[in-house]
Ligand binder design. Sequence first.
Ligand code: NAD
Length: 228
Amino acid sequence: MKVMVVGCGDVGGATADVLEDYHGDGQVLRHDPAVEQRVRRGIASECDVVIFCIDTPSGPDGMLSIKALRDAVIEWAEKLAVDRVPAFVVRSTVPVGTCVELSRLAERPVLHWPEFGEHNVLREWIHAPPFAVVGGPSEEVIDQFIMGCLPWYVGLAQENASKIFKRPTNVSELTKLATNVLYAGTVVMANELARLGAVDGVEWEQSITPGGEQAWNVRSVIIMIISY
Ligand SMILES: NC(=O)c1ccc[n+]([C@@H]2O[C@H](COP(=O)([O-])OP(=O)(O)OC[C@H]3O[C@@H](n4cnc5c(N)ncnc54)[C@H](O)[C@@H]3O)[C@@H](O)[C@H]2O)c1
């Protein structure tokens, strides 16, 4: 299977590196004008999957901008041959409803495969995520993407090494946003506990659980929410 990664910053670069480990040299094309990795249209048209990892910066009001992502999706939908319709996959963090809108504009399935790892552990998370969510229009389309593009996920799920959730894209998008909200909540709580601890001379991280774990284990909360 040939894959093209569009947007090769932190998430896209790590995604392309890990995909290359599993699919081999020459099977993963990278496109990012900022890092001068342009791919020729002829070669891009051989791809089975196009994965978009474009930045979605938030404005002063906190809203994520998907303009660059939307423009790129439309551009590649027009460039790629209609008789060989590759699936599009979005790794960016996006507002709920984005992939449904993009699939209408691109006239092909647009899946969502959000990244939950932080930037310093991205490769580890892509290789072996403690949990992952893949959103798509149907379980069949999601399975096709996983079997063809992420074959190692199948092994991880069978070994119970990772929880792999298959959901509609709206749920996948909301799950990623929920993680960010929970992280933000954790920071607020940590600051407050540290403030209280400073007054009493208590190290709050140690006082929460016998194992010295973080007070609020975001990962288990997320798994609990999407398992429900
Ligand atoms: N960095 C992280 O740790 C992390 C973790 C989870 C989720 N995310 C999300 O993943 C997305 C990408 O984040 P990132 O940190 O990799 O951003 P980044 O800024 O490191 O990389 C984005 C890349 O996209 C490229 N790009 C923009 N428009 C393009 C176009 N039309 N064609 C090709 N390339 C284009 C830019 O040149 C840039 O190199 C964001 O939505 C972010 O919120 C990031």
